[in-house]
Design a protein around this ligand. Structure first.
Ligand code: BG6
Length: 513
């Protein structure tokens, strides 16, 4: 049966053509390439969104043949694609794939790559847009960018519609100084318009919908401010532990892995002012402004704005789950946080005094990412009699994942002769309205980079603004070691200590216990 075209794709191909392109993936034998990048490219080709002239070059340190690379990608698609493999389409993509190996700091390997692409252009008789996707461990981001510069690859076709582009994975630096340094290296080689710093949360449909919900509806924007909002709560909870990524994670922790990037993007889109237009720079300007307006976080003992914790043993779906320090690759004395929670206010007219509570952790009770806007109680005197009416706060919950949707909680009269009330929920579910199997974040982001639309990517100053907020926290933790590191049982909603962040204003986490 012919698959129905997803609404996401309607209209896309009408006005968005992709130039003939070669995508080079650095870190081609890595987990992300197999789980996300190649399945995304395959699904773009199923949707007919790749240009007719399309090539993919895997680039890695390990020397393997083109056929071995193609076979590995074959497995990757079978295992990870959201749609089953269609042999005829896959064969066409497979034939466009080849592999190059070199050390990431060996310019010669990049010169060989440049010659290969030049030869492709010569046989095609036209120029190719070069997309360099850096999906390696972060310690080689700098050397790769440097070699792209020295080999001439970065500047190829500059000033034309096939100018090169670089997509850089996270983590973008590990503190403010390293992020600034990395930006310097990148901007020394590429023009900012060629740079696409990826944060895959921005590719999620629900995250993109935030701007539409806020600015295309007349009913929300007038109450989206300190006059009506009691507090904002953003949760990015994962049920999984660190799995096989112990080595990377222990060096990183929840603040660097999730909060500085993904969660702060949710904050920025929730709190930013309306942009002057929908062009990428206007949107990114507003995101930077709001991140810069966040009050610095206090690290004061017992009264600070940040709580960190690590999971101890517990349960995962009723099964015993190990403590973090017993996971593969984690030292027994690790003081890395697997959970972080923070509160802050935003120092601008819209948000003055409204607490934002943010948390993210691994091995929590269940997987849920949500933005909850809790509104103030109506000032009326009507239903105010204590103990009689139980008026609840109105809350708007934007469910990022899973069960993507929006829920509005409001008060309603319980049918009957007395006036009694109960909070009721109005639901909108993406799957019900638009169908499931929506394109994955990486499909949208790779397509946008190929088209040259940077709206859903992070600008250099944006990442620095976020690091500016968190670098002092990380410095403080580095000095304190395990002092102040709380503990929570795997499968719970996090440490008790994080409740204290909300108590001052008599608030509580939406899920707890
Ligand atoms: C990645 C983090 O950026 O995001 C992982 O490195 C995390 O630790 C993942 O599990 C979560 O992404 P998603 O899309 O599953 O919420």
């Amino acid at each position: 049966m012919e698959e129905k075209r997803h609404p996401f794709l309607e209209g896309l191909s009408k006005h968005r053509g992709v130039e003939p392109t070669v995508v080079v993936i650095f870190g081609a034998s890595g987990d992300l390439t197999a789980r996300k990048l190649i399945p995304a490219i395959y699904n773009l080709s199923v949707d007919n969104l790749l240009p007719n002239d399309f090539y993919l070059i895997g680039f890695g340190r390990k020397a393997i043949s083109d056929a071995a690379f193609q076979d590995a990608m074959d497995e990757a698609i079978k295992e990870h694609s959201r749609r089953p493999l269609k042999e005829d389409i896959w064969q066409r993509v497979r034939e466009c794939m080849s592999y190059n190996s070199s050390d990431y700091s060996e310019v010669d390997g990049f010169v060989t790559l440049a010659e290969k692409i030049d030869a492709m252009e010569a046989s095609l008789g036209r120029k190719l847009q070069r997309i360099f996707y850096i999906s390696t461990p972060p310690n080689v981001f700098g050397p790769i960018v440097d070699c792209l510069g020295k080999s001439g690859l970065a500047k190829a076709n500059l000033g034309t519609s096939t100018a090169s582009k670089v997509i850089i994975e996270k983590p973008f630096g590990r503190d403010l100084a390293s992020a600034q340094e990395l930006n310097k290296v990148i901007n020394g080689v590429f023009d900012e318009s060629q740079v696409f710093r990826i944060d895959h949360y921005l590719g999620k449909e629900t995250v993109q919908d935030l701007l539409v919900q806020r600015f295309a509806n007349a009913i929300f924007e007038p109450i989206w401010n300190q006059e009506y909002v009691e507090c904002v709560q953003i949760t990015v909870a994962e049920q999984l532990g660190v799995g096989s990524r112990g080595g990377y994670y222990d060096d990183s922790g929840a603040l660097r892995d999730m909060i500085q990037n993904h969660t702060m993007q949710l904050v920025a889109l929730t709190a930013m002012e309306p942009p002057a237009s929908l062009d990428p720079e206007s949107i990114r300007d507003e995101k930077v402004k709001v991140i810069k307006a966040i009050q610095p976080l206090s690290m004061e003992r017992d009264k600070g704005d940040v709580v960190r914790a690590q999971y101890s043993s517990g349960l995962d779906n009723g099964e015993a789950a190990k403590a973090y320090i017993d996971e593969a690759g984690i030292p027994q004395d690790s003081s890395t946080e697997t959970y972080a929670a923070l509160r802050f206010t935003i120092n601008n007219k819209r948000w003055k005094g409204v607490p934002f509570y943010i948390r993210s952790g691994k091995r929590m009770a269940r997987r849920t990412s949500e933005i909850a806007i809790r509104f103030k109680r109506p000032p009326g005197i009507l239903f105010s009699e204590e103990g009689r009416f139980n008026v609840s706060d109105n809350t708007m919950v934007i469910q990022i994942q899973p069960n993507e949707g929006v829920t509005l909680v409001m008060n309603s009269k319980i049918p009957g002769l007395e006036t009694r009330m109960q909070p009721v929920k109005m639901h909108f579910r993406y799957a019900t309205t638009f169908g499931s199997n929506t394109p994955e974040a990486y499909e949208r982001l790779i397509l946008d980079a190929m088209i040259g639309d940077g709206t859903l990517f992070i600008r250099g100053d944006e990442t620095e603004a976020s690091w500016e907020l968190f670098s002092p926290v990380l410095d403080h933790w580095a000095k304190s070691g395990s002092e102040g590191l709380e503990s929570y049982a795997a499968g719970s909603w996090g440490p008790k200590a994080s409740d204290a962040l909300l108590e001052e204003k008599d608030h509580e986490w939406r899920h707890s216990g």
